[in-house]
Design a protein around this ligand. Structure first.
Ligand code: HPA
Length: 270
């Protein structure tokens, strides 16, 4: 595994001269931000040695290097989900490679179902914390030398980044909400009883990704910032049928606002 990470990182650094400190993971239907990146180099996942290949609709699967907000960034357009059949080592492999490439900051995005009764479809939720409800832990097995055996998670989502995002949203007049993201394995959306249970657990939104990547990033000492786009509601009385297409449509509508926040954060980070 360590060898594969090193090999992949070496291949990438031989194919681009860019050395960004910030990486962005673009979730379901959120690949549009890549259009705002002045792309310098882009590598389809199937060309990168050892990279898994993304299969879900709406993920075109490229690693992009370019400029956003006047700064160098790399972006994963399309992620690897546990429900696709990948194991957690594969799901988090790109984060390990990006760490090897020198990433210090990781911005993550996803589509999620909102369970907080104050949320509306199309809200941007700044992720303040998470609940790992995935069936397999990404750090299961011998410890990686990137961090301790028992990593601290008291500030998985960097407080300074959250403050920066609040400030930017208020300056730009973008409505944001905040909350706890709970990750399930999917691929089913929730039953009303499950939404209710996750709400009782203390979650504000539920989705099928992100938490494994964030755990590995924190184990690597990478600072994390995350946004969930609320694409449907798991609130009693407001639950209707959910489809992947509707999730995409709702995500599509607000991704320019998320892009605004990400771009401005990248610009402000030293
Ligand atoms: N549940 C799980 N994952 C999701 C949802 C949801 O309601 N919406 C978008 N991704």
């Amino acid at each position: 595994m360590l060898k594969a990470i090193q090999q992949t990182a070496d291949w990438i650094s031989q194919h681009t001269t860019m050395r960004p400190h910030t990486a962005i993971v673009l979730g379901t239907g959120l690949g549009r931000l890549s259009e705002e990146i002045e792309v310098v180099d882009a590598f389809p996942y199937n060309e990168i040695p050892n990279f898994p290949v993304s299969t879900v609709e709406g993920h075109s699967g490229r690693l992009i290097f370019g400029r956003l907000g006047g700064k160098d960034v790399m972006a994963l357009q399309g992620r690897f989900h546990f429900y696709e059949g990948y194991d957690m080592k594969q799901v988090t492999f790109p984060v390990r490679v990006m760490h090897q490439l020198g990433i210090k900051n990781l911005f993550v995005s996803n589509a999620a179902g909102g369970m907080n009764p104050d949320f509306e479809i199309g809200d941007l939720m700044l992720i303040t914390d998470h609940i790992n409800f995935m069936p397999e832990h990404p750090l299961h097995g011998p410890n990686f030398p990137t961090g301790p055996r028992f990593p601290d998670m008291h500030e998985a989502y960097d407080h300074a980044f959250l403050d920066m995002a609040r400030q930017i949203a208020s300056e730009k007049g973008i409505r944001t909400v905040e909350g706890v993201y709970l990750a399930t394995q999917g691929p089913t959306y929730e039953t009303p009883a499950e939404y209710k249970m996750y709400r009782i657990f203390g979650a504000d939104a539920v989705g099928m990704s992100t938490v494994p990547e964030v755990i590995v990033a924190r184990h690597c000492g990478i600072r994390v910032f995350g946004i969930s786009i609320i694409t449907d509601l798991g609130v009693e009385g407001k639950i209707v049928e959910v489809s992947h297409e509707e999730v995409q449509r709702a995500a599509d509508a607000v991704q320019p606002l998320m892009a605004d926040i990400f771009r401005e954060m990248v610009r402000r980070i030293g």
